[in-house]
Design a protein around this ligand. Structure first.
Ligand code: NAI
Ligand SMILES: NCC(=O)COP(=O)(O)O
Length: 330
């Protein structure tokens, strides 16, 4: 009997001065049954492995199917950094390098070369400092794939999807529109079914304002935008609760009756999720034509090169990507 090829997972190294490269070296030490293909600078990866006392078997990716991966084995699509890398020290000269690794991964996924992409964290600010408009992987991959997407973070006990992602708080109310909210909820509903195998997803939708607007006395978005959008979707069969006040929606009662929470903005939902599951949670981009997962943390420049950063979230993200690939083949 011949063994079947392992799923090919592209793994981008992220910000070169951050903890991404060393966490990818840690990931290679796991026994996950995946062909892990790092996209980034090979010397950087070897140096990062060395900083953690790890030995990597790093070989150029020749595109051939792999049936078994040994611990420490990693294939590489070599993408040299533009400038020397010092752990913890950002350099805008490497912003283009970071984006080229994301482009390579996305294009490879779209072409069927990879089954999924797992991303290590990037430093959004240094890419912007280099004069390149960029607000996150989520938005970058959406644009590259021409897809409408939703950011969702998943911990053991909680999934939080976001109606808006990386934008100033002052821009949030105008970004919450009837059509946008409906598109977001349809994507969350469909991907909870397709990717997570939940036949009839129950989604708890938060309000935007304190006390979900207090009947219009603390803001009208719930009355004018959110409630009408939800009512139409309920008529289509989606199981939606809300809009509920965000301060009590995360109590065990309401939470336990739902499969995911839709928060109106980044810092409404993610602090709760991180307080519950930081280090083990996974960021997944819903709505893409390929599977993309990522870590629940950032570049942690303060820890880079010091053998202090935990690899739990990157390993969880890779495990989830692998599970989703296997499920998509069933
Ligand atoms: N997926 C991505 O590319 C993400 C990128 N970021 C970016 O990361 C940069 C830094 O963001 P911050 O808000 O400072 O968040 P951060 O997650 O990098 O750091 C916050 C705190 O958590 C600690 N920490 C982070 N990861 C850790 C790990 N694996 N093990 C142990 N401790 C860890 C750090 O030392 C720090 O004390 C920003 O540019 C942000 O945009 C943030 C989140 C996700
Ligand atoms: N806080 C989550 C986050 O910033 C992740 O962004 P992305 O780079 O995965 O879009």
């Amino acid at each position: 009997m011949t063994a079947s090829p392992l799923p090919r997972l592209a793994v981008t190294l992220g910000e070169p001065a951050g903890i991404g490269p060393e966490l990818v070296a840690e990931l290679a030490r796991t026994d996950l049954a995946a062909d892990l293909i790092a996209i980034g600078d090979g010397e950087l990866l070897q140096a990062a492995a060395h900083s953690r006392g790890l030995k990597l078997d790093l070989r150029d990716d020749d595109g051939r199917a792999l049936e078994r991966r040994e611990r420490g084995q990693l294939r590489l699509i070599a993408t040299p950094a533009a400038a020397p890398v010092v752990a913890g020290k950002l350099d805008r000269a490497n912003a283009g390098y970071v984006l080229s690794t994301l482009a390579r991964a996305a294009d490879g996924c779209l072409a069927g070369e990879f089954d999924a992409v797992v991303t290590a964290p990037v430093q959004k600010s240094i890419i912007n400092d280099a004069g390149i408009p960029f607000s996150g992987h989520t938005e970058y991959f959406a644009l590259r794939a021409g897809a409408e997407v939703v950011m969702m973070l998943a911990a053991a006990e909680l999934r939080v999807a976001l109606a808006t992602t990386h934008l100033p708080l002052s821009a949030v109310p105008a970004a919450i529109t009837h059509d946008g909210l409906q598109a977001t909820l349809r994507i969350v509903h469909a991907d909870l079914q397709r990717k997570f195998g939940i036949a009839r997803p129950r989604i708890l939708v938060l309000g935007l304002n304190p006390h979900a607007g207090e009947g219009g006395h603390l803001g009208r978005e719930e009355i004018d935008v959110i409630t009408p959008a939800l009512e139409q979707l309920r008529a289509e069969g989606l199981q939606l609760t809300g809009p509920l006040p965000a301060d009590t929606a995360f109590l065990p009662g309401p939470l336990g009756r739902h499969d995911a929470v839709l928060a109106m903005y980044h810092d409404q939902g993610l602090p709760v999720l991180k307080a519950l599951g930081f280090g083990q949670a996974v960021n997944i981009t819903l709505g893409l034509p390929f599977i993309r997962t990522s870590v629940d943390h950032g570049t942690a420049l303060d820890l880079a090169g010091r053998n202090l950063a935990e690899a739990g979230s990157l390993i969880a993200a890779t495990r989830l990507a692998l599970e989703l690939v296997v499920k998509s083949r069933d």
